[in-house]
Ligand binder design. Structure first.
Ligand code: EZ4
Ligand code: CO
Length: 402
């Protein structure tokens, strides 16, 4: 068994995606997501120049060895570009292993631990009065967990709120667009949103909120406290997580559960947060945290410390990443929630897949492997379009975290 071809495919069916497709000498194929929002071509070049030549001729059955080869062999360890490239290879190799075994990947990971994968959807409203309808529409689709984001009075544009009313895609121009931020307006307003949602939807609906790295630890502590009456399932990315000690401070002031990890790319980014029990959910993804092999390692460490998974699943993670995430979500003992932002119909056509959403749960495909593919002919009809994530400035012009 040998890898005889490795293709890096860039396509833009509404937004950019990078995909690695491996082919073995038996004609078996495997796919891996390699999309890093706003930095797509860096990963494409990394794969094309530095990884593909070393893959040709390798035994696709040696998943762990290939992971170690790409990680240790780069010398320059970790980082989003490297780890996304490794993830793509790793994901494609699990796909191939499943196809050779004739089993869906979750069976190779130990089999199902649950009936399905509880997914949370996104409710976004331009103003407080539109919040109940936005949440009601998710409830009508049978979501049991809803992330709620709302426009902030006095700010022209807010993270997580779509201007068009359609699905939220922040990477909107080649040169980053500029958004504005006010911590005081935000902190005063957010509790009113959750007061409204709890009073209209009762205690059962799981509620989440994404701060998107915009607060200091003491501000986040105050927000966590002010949200305690509304019993959130989690408060996401309250502070930029380079300074992980910030979580100690937040933790000492509030019982609102904390979730972090979408920008992390290795176990070394979250080992202390997990081992010190400073977080409740770890949100790393297959595509940005070194593939199924490495994410499994993170979740296993988390399981020892009462931390559950909450994998990132925004639309800039391709259907291949979603397919891979669902196999892992189904198998691990400490699954928490899976983020679910449905892709556009165009994207779904480029990435035909067998996973589906029903009754609030996502279910992976039962086909051998991951149960997802890329239609290369269709993909070629959607050329790459440069698109960057926005930047954020305070009302006095100071650059702030986005
Ligand atoms: O802003 O995936 O929880 N989801 C998020 C996302 C991120 C994008 C960045 O590429 O925070 O919306
Ligand atoms: Co987030």
């Amino acid at each position: 068994m040998k890898i005889v071809d490795a293709r890096v495919i860039v396509t833009c069916p509404g937004r950019n995606f990078v995909t690695l497709k491996l082919v073995t000498d038996d004609g078996v194929t495997g796919v891996g997501d390699a999309t890093l929002n706003g930095r797509e071509l860096a990963v494409e070049a990394y794969l094309r120049e530095h990884v593909v030549p070393a893959l040709i001729g390798r035994d696709p059955a040696r998943i762990e060895d290939t992971w170690q080869y790409l990680y240790k062999g780069a010398y320059w360890r970790r980082g989003p570009v490297t780890m996304t490239a490794i993830a793509a290879v790793d994901t494609a190799l699990w796909d191939i292993k499943g196809k050779y075994a004739g089993l869906p990947v979750y069976q190779l990971l130990g089999g199902r631990s649950r009936d399905g994968v509880t997914a949370y959807g996104h409710a976004y409203a331009a103003s407080l009065d539109e919040v109940p309808a936005a949440v009601a529409s998710l409830v009508a689709q049978n979501y049991r967990a809803v992330r709620v984001q709302c426009g902030i009075p006095g700010l022209s544009k807010t993270y997580g709120v779509s201007a068009s009313g359609g699905s939220y895609e922040p990477a909107d121009s080649a040169v980053p667009s500029v958004e504005s931020w006010s911590t005081s307006r935000y902190l005063a307003f957010v509790p009113t949103v959750f007061e409204r949602v709890r009073s209209e939807f009762g205690p059962d609906l799981q509620l989440l909120h994404d701060v998107h790295h915009r607060l200091t630890p003491i501000e986040a502590a105050r927000l966590g406290r002010s949200l305690e009456p509304y019993a959130l399932t989690w408060l996401e990315d309250p502070v930029p997580a380079e300074l992980q000690d910030g979580y100690r401070l937040i933790r000492s002031h509030t019982t609102t559960p904390l979730a972090v990890g979408e920008v992390f790319n290795s176990i070394w980014d979250c080992a202390d947060l997990i081992q010190s029990q400073l977080i409740d959910y770890v949100r790393c993804s297959v595509v940005h945290a070194g593939g199924i092999t490495h994410l499994r390692r993170i979740f296993d460490l988390a399981a020892l410390h009462h931390v559950r998974s909450g994998s990132h699943g925004a639309t800039d993670l391709s259907p291949i990443c979603m397919a891979a995430a669902l196999h892992l979500d189904l198998a691990i003992p400490n699954f928490g929630l899976q983020e679910h932002m449905p892709h556009t119909a165009e994207t779904d056509r480029v990435f035909p897949h067998g996973y589906h959403f029903a009754d609030g749960l996502l279910h992976p495909s039962e086909e051998p492997g991951l149960g997802v593919d890329i239609d290369e002919e269709l993909a070629a009809r959607y050329p790459y379009r440069p698109a960057s994530l926005p930047v954020n400035r305070l009302e006095d012009g100071t650059l702030h975290s986005w």
